[in-house]
Design a protein around this ligand. Structure first.
Ligand code: FES
Length: 160
């Protein structure tokens, strides 16, 4: 039997994906669309490695069925910036060298981006709260927080 297609909008592009409605978004992003920024960590919605933005809010792609994603704007790390034109959050992470193994970085960056989209000038405690469920097993949290606060500082300086 032919699988009905589900229309997803990812990084501004429309994709008609043939997959069961209960397939986790992460699998479709990585396996069907070859968007490997979001990582598989726990697969349980607990580590944050798979984070994407759905309509601007951070979401854990490993536990979100694609059936609920139609009609929503999905943004992955690949849609945030490029090597030539990184997003200011990515630039701040580069500047602060806020990575060791890098596995958690997708989630850290996407969660920080979501934070700055809803709060252009977060306090450090607000940033800590936003990222507290994103796990880094290398212990790079000090550099990661520096990067988030650098990005926040630069975002706050941009005139309206
Ligand atoms: Fe999705 Fe860990 S892989 S939260």
């Amino acid at each position: 039997m032919t699988q009905p297609k589900i229309r997803l909008t990812v990084n501004g592009r429309i994709h008609d994906v043939a997959a069961a409605a209960d397939t986790a978004l992460l699998y479709v992003l990585r396996n069907d669309l070859e968007l490997n920024g979001p990582k598989y960590g726990c697969g349980l919605g607990e580590c944050g490695a798979c984070t994407v933005l759905i309509d601007g809010a951070a979401a854990r792609a490993c536990v979100i069925p694609i059936g609920g994603c139609a009609g929503h704007d999905i943004l992955t790390l690949e849609g945030l910036g490029s090597r030539a034109h990184p997003d200011p959050v990515q630039q701040a992470f580069i500047h602060e060298q806020a990575a060791q193994c890098g596995y958690c970085l997708n989630g850290m960056i996407m969660t920080a981006k979501a934070l700055l989209m809803r709060n252009i000038n977060p306090s450090e405690s607000e940033a800590r709260e936003a990222l507290r469920h994103n796990l880094c097993r290398c212990g790079a949290h000090v550099e990661i927080m520096r990067a988030v606060m650098r990005a926040a500082g630069e975002a706050a300086e941009v005139p309206d």
